[in-house]
Design a protein around this ligand. Structure first.
Ligand SMILES: [Zn+2]
Length: 752
């Protein structure tokens, strides 16, 4: 559980001890004051009382956190602390007046600030204290009511006993990237994520004020002198792209729910050349504005318990939702790791695209039998086929050829034995076989990504090195640090750690990964118009299954790269312990991974380049025909290769469905209404799942509906629809566009 570091407390104590001066000048300052608790200890209390002085510091405004487009992700906003100086009340000589002051304050403050009367009375009764907080983080409306109340009671001099300090609270504008941003505690101190990692930068330097008592008259109980000016905290400009982050969170959240994922899901998108993280998400996570609130499901689990068990579970679940899975949870990567094994073999010259290995469905290493996920065997495999099919025996055999010495050397060179050093807190270390402990079986399982654990951030960084020309870069979330005026204090540019493989090897890996998406186990991530590469994984959680006795625990993942002619973007998408229809990475992680790429690549400036075949499959755009004569409208629609249906007997088109600009597929229909009085034709949406592309198209055409194909729409493959945007049996207008999602089920890659 994250806790506030000791530094601030120690510093506070130090400053408190340093207080000795008496300075009596100036007027009451309208500054953000947070009194050091000089009056906490009896000793200090006595001292302060005797000298009639106390000290304060002015907290500097905490810096902001921006996304890569300079939108605010985290900022400080103004709130107020209402406090009292009970020591002054105690000094009122007339007992009747004193009681009246206490009664009026108790009544007024408890009602305005919604605090129990007893509580207010108790605080006002702390007669040895100069400073007692009545309420923190009070909003503007309540604060002005307090001011009004004090003014209305000026005869009683209430303003002499109540103070209003401005302070600040943290506000997270977009509520995205919560596990990256983290959150702050009551005193605005960073407790996790960037807020903790860069706490010192963000906090700034507090100013100091020394105050003396009652020097200039009864209506001005304190005078202050500012000794040191506060310096506002610096701000962080992150590499997080708000749109990419939004797209990632949308698809990750849906995938976690749809696939009944028990141990949450994670996704990260990184620039393979610079290490800049464009998006990083964990679901379920938390709301930065309310980090202690659990999800409804988690809260129900806690509520079912009592006593110590309850508090233990509450702490555990809070901790879990705060954990950034991308950096804090090491896992067995499974088949995605085969990319690394291939890179090692090719770089060392012990393997090439022509390397072959026969897969009879298993392989025996040192007397131990390892099965392939295809029990009947893949037959003779070369490197490309083995990668497409994710054939276990091929890669186990390749591992044996590489040998423990070389394998361990590259495992280290790819950064898998050390933390990446990403600028986030809580980065976990990896767990792996040391070279001296690595026998043939450990080498065999390691070669296909099992029996060792690395973090998602380590894996995507290593995969990035395999496709970017061979350089291991340091992943990072902050691009630069700026001061309160916007001047750059520090630029945190690209850090290249070392060259791990050659450009030539890297090029071969790119081709292999592209083939996986075009023809192999990653085809559900196919995006028309783009050259995408990738590798899927369905890793068994072996140690968890052994320790819990549970069966069927997997991590389903997809690692993608684009565009393959000059890789720039890598994505790692993983679902930890899915319990839905499928647990295969190729079936449940590649589709959202591909969909994310489809939505972000055009935004990031990559123009799609369609093949002829893709063009043929592509949607036609509905022209604008509203207002046209019926004959002209029919022609315009027909010229786009779309059919039409006319409703009503008028001369002109008054309405069309779908509207102009929508896309419909071949066989699609536009409904032309020629008369505003014409009744709307409705139809019940048919079930469109479990079908091929052409089946869905023909059913939709029969119903007078339009479809927009999403997901893996590579029509050359055996893809099947699995989701539709409007549920079957819903009554809709004819011509409505329904989004239908496709995926291939031929993506087995189990056991790594
Ligand atoms: Zn095989």
């Amino acid at each position: 559980m994250p806790t506030a570091g000791p530094t601030r407390k120690m510093w506070q104590r130090m400053v408190a001890i340093m207080l000795t001066m008496v300075i009596i000048t100036g007027s009451v300052m309208a500054v953000r004051l947070a009194w050091i608790m000089v009056v906490n200890g009896e000793e200090y209390q006595a001292k302060a009382s005797a000298q009639q002085l106390h000290d304060a510091y002015i907290t500097a405004e905490r810096g902001n956190i921006y996304d890569s487009t300079m939108n605010l992700l985290a900022k400080s906003s103004t709130v107020w602390t209402i406090y009292s100086t009970p020591n002054d009340i105690a000094k009122i000589k007339d007992p009747e007046e004193k009681q009246k002051v206490i009664n009026t304050l108790t009544e007024g403050l408890s009602s305005i600030l919604s605090i129990e009367k007893e509580e207010v009375e108790k605080k006002l009764g702390k007669t040895t204290s100069y400073y007692v907080e009545i309420k923190k983080k009070v909003g503007e409306e309540e604060t002005s009511k307090v001011r009004e109340f004090l003014n209305n009671n000026s005869k009683l001099g209430l303003a002499n006993y109540i103070g209003i300090d401005e302070s600040s609270t943290r506000y997270y504008a977009e509520n995205i990237a919560s596990t990256v941003l983290g959150f702050v505690g009551d005193d605005n101190q960073g407790l996790s994520g960037l807020e903790l990692k860069y706490d010192e930068e963000l906090t700034g330097v507090a100013g100091r004020v020394v105050a003396a008592k009652n020097a200039v008259g009864a209506d001005m109980p304190f005078s202050y002198e500012k000794v040191v000016d506060e310096q506002p905290g610096n701000s962080l400009v992150t590499t997080i792209d708000p749109y990419v982050q939004y797209v990632v969170e949308k698809h990750l959240d849906a995938a976690v729910k749809d696939n009944k994922v028990a141990e949450r899901g994670a996704c990260v998108i990184m620039n393979v050349n610079t290490g800049a993280i464009l998006a990083m998400a964990t679901k379920g996570d938390f709301d930065c504005n309310s980090p202690f609130t659990l999800s409804a499901d988690d809260q129900a689990i806690v509520d079912a318990l009592e006593g110590e068990e309850r508090s233990k579970k509450l702490a555990e679940l809070r901790n879990r939702q705060w954990r950034n899975k991308v950096v804090s949870d090491a896992y067995e990567p499974g088949s995605v790791f085969k990319v690394i094994t291939a890179a090692i073999g090719i770089e060392e010259g012990v393997a090439s695209l022509n390397t072959t290995c026969n897969c009879p469905g298993y392989i025996v290493i040192a007397g131990r039998r390892y099965n392939c996920h295809k029990e009947t065997g893949h037959g003779m495999q070369d490197m490309k086929k083995a990668m497409d099919n994710s054939c276990n025996p091929f890669f186990i055999s390749l591992g044996q050829t590489i040998g423990t010495n070389i394998f361990s050397k590259y495992f280290k060179a790819f950064g898998l034995t050390e933390k990446t050093g990403i600028d986030l807190t809580g980065e976990a270390a990896s767990q792996y076989h040391l070279e001296q402990n690595m026998g043939p079986t450990e080498l065999g399982s390691s070669a296909f990504g099992q029996t060792f654990k690395i973090t998602p951030i380590q894996l995507i960084t290593a995969i990035s090195a395999t496709v970017n020309g061979g350089t291991l870069v340091k992943p990072r979330v902050v691009e630069k640090i700026i001061d309160s005026e916007g001047n750059v204090v520090k630029n945190l540019g690209t850090v290249e750690k070392r060259q791990v493989i050659s450009k030539e090897t890297s090029k071969i890996i790119c081709d292999l990964m592209e083939s996986v998406v075009a023809e192999g186990g990653g085809q559900n991530a196919y995006v028309p118009g783009y050259r995408i590469g990738g590798k899927t994984g369905t890793a068994q959680k072996v140690s968890e299954m052994l320790s819990t006795g549970k069966q069927g625990l997997y991590v389903a993942s997809f690692c993608g790269v684009a565009p393959m002619n000059d890789p720039e973007i890598a994505i790692l998408f993983l679902l930890d312990e899915p319990h839905g229809d499928s647990y295969y990475g190729g079936t449940i992680s590649a589709p959202p991974g591909g969909q994310i790429l489809a939505e972000i690549l055009p935004y990031l400036g990559y123009e799609p380049q369609y093949t002829e075949e893709e063009l043929k499959d592509l949607a036609k755009t509905v022209p604008n025909v509203a207002g046209l004569d019926i004959a002209a409208a029919k022609n315009a629609v027909k010229n786009e290769g779309i059919s039409y249906k006319v409703i009503g007997g008028g001369e002109k088109v008054v309405k069309q469905l779908p509207a102009a600009g929508n896309s419909v597929y071949s066989g699609g229909v536009v409904i032309l209404y020629t008369d505003s009085e014409a009744p709307t034709e409705t139809v019940k949406v048919p079930l469109l799942t479990g079908m091929t592309i052409s089946q869905v198209n023909s059913v939709a055409v029969q119903y007078g509906l339009n479809v927009s194909f999403k997901g893996n729409t590579n029509s050359a493959k055996a893809v099947v629809s699995f989701q539709q945007s409007i549920a079957a049996e819903t009554e809709v207008e004819r011509g409505t566009v329904i989004e239908v999602y496709f995926r291939s089920n031929e993506t087995g890659d189990i056991g790594g």
